[in-house]
Ligand binder design. Structure first.
Ligand code: SF4
Ligand code: SF4
Length: 422
């Protein structure tokens, strides 16, 4: 904890800003709190937990720190300690078990849950629930979030991809695709767009069947052992693919994959393999920005971009989305004020800390409105849902659309191909 207490990180911290400059809600304040726990001057009690829970984990404080403090790693370790000492209430225990031990430990289960969600929508149960306003009974922004989650695709379309697919033109790369668990179920269309773009860019695709969830949710939730287990499964699955590049299309997952060397640092058998894996991992925007896509075209429009904090601050892959937008004829990119600041989504933060999340979102939406853009592109499913929720809250659904960057690019490539044919 080589924090010199200089305070350079303070202006980059959304919770510090939103609390009007409360030191306890700042990176420096939280580091001091963690330090006092480590040194035994304080117990990891409810006060410590509340302060750490208020942190988004956006890691915007890291690039601002001249001493190179890796705040994200400190936070993860502190949460693991709290998790060890905490006795959860029965309902929370059940929920954590269902989420961490059961659902996110198996891709098959995610697919089964998706089929249930499809049935729930198709049998009109959802319509009835909405009509009797059941979601109003839930705390926070559950009602808004429920509205913006994309409609479930038929389970027949949420299928396993072929393990090997050829590029649509002479091959320039052999790329492994990290399909993600939410991306391949709830956001299956975005995964389709990703595979379409890779093939259009001349990439042969390997999608290892044995891959699992990235484990980021577990690592952030203090479930380090399970995060390690998932990391090992993924490393093994992708080693077999024998590729130089592993792409993901969700900033949160990409950062999770990038953190495998830290996660497995104490296991000699895995540390080097984890490093090799992480060195090959990159976001889809980084790869596509390096390759040649067919001419892209869209109707004339202003587009702004909400970057994913994890893509910016952990993967440190900046500027590629803007570069790609610049290649689309008809698109004028307009940067929003303070675009580097978190949108308040942060995994499940917007559900567990709705007040702070919505304050942060409201500021973000005022920055979006100032751009006059009709599209907001994002690079992470959580940011996408949060932007959709912001649009819904501001009653802008007729004027502004939030969309994942690969969906926008795929739309532009398709229009470009059509224009070439006619
Ligand atoms: S991770 Fe984000 S919210 Fe947490 S202290 Fe750092 S800047 Fe603030
Ligand atoms: S975390 Fe870094 S920037 Fe923030 S107070 Fe400590 S040394 Fe300074």
């Amino acid at each position: 904890m080589n924090c010199t207490r200089c305070g350079f990180c303070l202006p980059s911290c959304p919770t510090y800003i939103q609390t009007g400059g409360n030191e306890a809600s700042s990176p420096r304040g939280r580091i001091a709190l963690m330090k006092s726990v480590v040194e035994g001057r304080k117990n990891p009690d409810a006060e410590v937990e509340a302060q750490l829970n208020e942190c988004l984990g956006c890691r915007a404080c890291e690039p601002a720190c001249p001493s190179g403090v890796n705040y994200g790693h400190l936070l993860e370790q502190a949460r693991a300690v709290i998790n060890e000492h905490k006795s959860y209430s029965f309902p929370v225990k059940v929920l954590r078990k269902a989420t961490f031990d059961w659902l996110f430990m198996s891709h098959n289960r995610m697919e089964k849950l998706h089929s249930l969600r499809y049935m729930y929508e198709k049998t009109n149960v959802q319509k009835v629930m909405r009509k009797v306003k059941v979601f109003k009974l839930f705390p926070g922004e559950v009602e808004t979030m429920e509205k913006v989650v994309p409609a479930a695709l038929p389970p027949s379309q949420v299928k396993e991809y072929d393990e090997f697919e050829f590029a649509d033109k002479p091959s320039v790369r052999r790329v492994a695709f990290f399909r993600g668990c939410l991306m391949s179920t709830m956001f299956a269309e975005t995964n389709e767009s990703t595979r379409f773009l890779l093939k259009q860019a001349g990439c042969d695709i390997v999608t290892p069947k044995m891959q699992e969830c990235c484990g980021a949710l577990h690592a952030h939730g203090g479930e380090t052992d399970k995060a390690k287990l998932l990391a090992k499964k993924n490393i093994e699955a992708f080693e077999k693919a024998e590729v130089d590049v592993i792409v993901s299309n969700a900033g949160g997952c990409g950062a999770g994959l990038n953190e495998y060397p830290f996660l497995l640092r104490d296991e000699p058998e895995w540390a080097e393999r984890a490093k090799r894996f992480a060195d090959k991992s990159m976001d889809i925007s980084t790869l596509l920005a390096k390759l040649e896509l067919p001419p892209m075209e869209l109707d004339s429009q202003l587009v702004t971009y909400q970057p994913s904090c994890h893509l910016n601050n952990v993967m440190k892959e900046k500027g590629n989305v803007e570069k790609l937008l610049g290649k689309i004829e008809g698109v004028e990119y307009v940067a929003m004020r303070d675009k580097e600041q978190c949108c308040g989504s942060a995994g499940i933060y917007n559900l567990v800390q709705p007040k702070m999340a919505m304050k942060i979102l409201d500021k973000k939406m005022s920055d979006v409105k100032a751009t006059k853009a009709s599209r907001i592109v994002t690079s992470n499913p959580g940011c996408l849902l949060q932007m959709k929720a912001g649009v819904e809250r501001e009653k802008l659904t007729d004027e502004v659309q939030a969309v994942h960057i690969v969906d926008l690019l795929a739309e532009a490539v398709r229009k470009g191909i059509k224009a070439e044919v006619y």
